[in-house]
Ligand binder design. Structure first.
Ligand code: HEM
Length: 79
């Protein structure tokens, strides 16, 4: 799976940018994907409470590395 580092800052999500929010990504997982051809049979719906979702989003937000994103060494050289 792709890295979750700084995921809070990198919407839209998935390879085609189909989701605007992390909540939409989690709803997609919980719904068991979207039934594309060749989808693995182990990808199935599972319950996620509102609390579970908020906890997972809080976890993902701990992966935001502000010292990296605010480091002038990695800023736009043309600004
Ligand atoms: C708590 C568990 C998980 C969380 C919170 C999570 C979260 C996410 C998020 C936020 C993205 C979007 C990444 C982006 O757009 O940069 C993503 C994509 C993805 N995840 Fe997960 N994920 C979880 C579990 C898994 C597992 C178990 C697998 C594989 C078995 C997986 C495989 C993938 C793949 C292949 C993508 C890319 C899909 C695409 O680009 O269309 N994830 N995940």
């Amino acid at each position: 799976m792709p890295t979750l580092r700084n995921i809070e800052l990198t919407a839209p999500y998935m390879h085609d940018g189909r989701f605007q929010t992390l909540e939409q990504v989690l709803d997609h997982y919980s719904a068991g994907g979207h039934g594309v051809e060749n989808e693995d049979v182990n990808i199935r719906p599972f319950p996620l409470t509102e609390q579970d979702k908020q906890d997972l989003i809080a976890f993902m937000k701990t992966l935001t590395d502000t010292s990296f994103v605010n480091n002038p060494a990695f800023s736009d050289p043309f600004q």
